[in-house]
Design a protein around this ligand. Structure first.
Ligand SMILES: NC(=O)c1ccc[n+]([C@@H]2O[C@H](COP(=O)([O-])OP(=O)(O)OC[C@H]3O[C@@H](n4cnc5c(N)ncnc54)[C@H](O)[C@@H]3O)[C@@H](O)[C@H]2O)c1
Ligand SMILES: N[C@H](CO)Cc1c[nH]c[nH+]1
Ligand SMILES: [Zn+2]
Length: 428
């Protein structure tokens, strides 16, 4: 990780650049895969599952037998951990369910808004380099709480053509019965276009690598919605002299180990902290099995020393990290100033991995600067808000003049007429 000391603000954008996409033309790959899935359906899924995942499959849907094997394969201890996490995720998401809200005008009309679940949702569960069964919880729990009618999962098959048993067990636990062994761009294309095996959905959810993220951004062309761009993991840790180097190093590695495109930053005004964290990070790096992946990610990552707390806040808002950790004494004082971040972890005992798994917040979060404009997955993502209005004759008599004047001035006579005919009739 490079160390950057007291950079000038004009240099920040360059320092905070996300990892480059290595010269790949992702749009070109997406177009090719989507066009073929549209034309050839399941045959294209077979072709690309072989091409990208090196697996030959004849059938994509997970069978009842495979679910039963998963039930046996997952250890009791893991089942219990998943149940605990599910309980917290459920509790935190339940309180987000939007309530009906109503505006009543005493002159004779009322308007209200009610939430409705999206009918058909497709959940993408990453599985390229690690089987993220925790993502099943993060997506299936809110989908079920919202009341979505059809919930399906797509996840890449392993080299043996099977889905990790913990993914299947968690899916069943959450009430999802249809799981398809298809990953990457071809999975997103299948959910957006529909094939004989995988039905088309109304909205696609879930994180993934740069290919999955590019494919999700491609589906707008087909009238299918997505939750948000949620790509390679990011973490920005802001720490002061009260921070513990062992903790900070562990947190940085926890996100660096996700993939070669991950990016982590340590931002501080205490230059000596960086040397301590670096020493710890090198020690801990040698002890993790995904050292090779983390090393690549650390090349995209930086230590940054700034002059003041104000500069730290400004840098955070400029980068808009997926995850922000505030490892500082007075963290609650910082909260009102944080404008751009996906999810924030406060103090020395709130590791980012708590949010990844078990505390209750959702780990599907905007990356690549999209935290400036998007929220992470929450109950709203699975629901639409429909507005209703009921206008009584006296209400229309009262509103009529306003509508007519506005319609006339927009030169839309027929709009005004829709009011005039009613008001004339109600006087007769
Ligand atoms: N933002 C979030 O909320 C969040 C949450 C969890 C995980 N993540 C990220 O999800 C990612 C998971 O990545 P992963 O790779 O392990 O699994 P993945 O399931 O996202 O991607 C695997 C798929 O990528 C496709 N692929 C691989 N190489 C390709 C190529 N050259 N061209 C086209 N397609 C190709 C394959 O079809 C494969 O099935 C990580 O980057 C992690 O940081 C993000
Ligand atoms: N940190 C990831 C989001 O960027 C989520 C995750 C799942 N499992 C472990 N971590
Ligand atoms: Zn993680």
């Amino acid at each position: 990780m490079n160390k950057i000391l007291y950079p000038r603000k004009e240099e920040w954008m360059k320092i905070l650049e996300r990892p480059e996409n290595r010269g790949e033309d992702l749009d070109k790959v997406c177009k090719a895969v989507f066009d073929e899935v549209k034309r050839d359906g399941d045959e294209a899924l077979k072709k690309y599952t072989w091409y990208f995942d090196r697996v030959k499959l004849e059938c994509f849907e997970v069978t009842e037998e495979e679910f039963q094997e998963a039930e046996k394969a997952v250890k009791k201890e893991l089942k219990e951990a998943i149940r605990v996490a599910k309980g917290n995720i459920e509790e935190f998401h339940k309180i987000q369910i939007p309530e009906k809200c109503e505006y009543v005008n005493e002159r004779g009309f009322r308007c209200w808004q009610e939430g409705r679940a999206i009918d058909r949702v497709g959940l993408y569960v990453p599985g390229g380099s690690a089987p993220l069964f925790s993502t099943v919880l993060m997506l299936a729990v809110p989908a079920k709480l919202a009341g979505c009618r059809e919930v399906v999962i797509c996840t890449p098959p392993g080299r043996d053509g099977r889905v990790n048993p913990a993914i299947l067990w968690t899916a069943r636990l959450c009430g999802v019965t249809r799981v398809f062994k298809v990953g990457g761009i071809q999975a997103i294309a299948a959910l957006a276009l529909g094939t004989k095996s995988v039905g088309r959905v109304d909205k696609i959810f879930g994180p993934g690598n740069r290919f999955v993220m590019a494919a999700k951004q491609w589906v707008g062309r087909y009238g299918v919605a997505i939750d948000m761009p949620a790509g390679p993991s990011e973490l920005m840790v802001v720490a002061d002299e009260s921070a513990r180097a062992t903790f900070v190093a562990a947190d940085l590695l926890s996100q660096a180990e996700h993939g070669p495109d991950s990016q982590v930053f340590l931002v501080t005004c205490d230059e000596s902290l960086i040397d301590r964290v670096e020493e710890e990070l090198n020690k801990q790096l040698n002890r993790i099995p995904r050292k090779a992946i983390a090393e690549v990610a650390l090349r995209n990552s930086k230590y940054i020393v700034l002059r003041s707390r104000e500069e730290c806040v400004e840098l955070v808002n400029c980068y808009a990290p997926e995850h922000l950790m505030l490892c500082v004494k007075d963290y609650l004082d910082w909260v009102p100033e944080i404008r751009n971040a996906g999810s924030v972890f406060l103090g020395h005992y709130s590791p980012e991995s708590a949010g990844d798994y078990a505390s209750g917040t959702n780990h599907t979060l905007p990356t690549n600067g999209y935290a400036r404009a998007y929220s992470g997955v929450n109950m709203d993502a699975f629901m639409k808000k429909i507005t209703f209005q009921e206008i009584m004759p006296e209400g229309l008599a009262y509103l009529g003049k306003t509508i007519e004047i506005m319609a006339d001035n927009e030169k839309l006579e027929a709009h005004g007429n829709a009011v005039r005919v009613r008001n004339v009739e109600s006087k007769i």
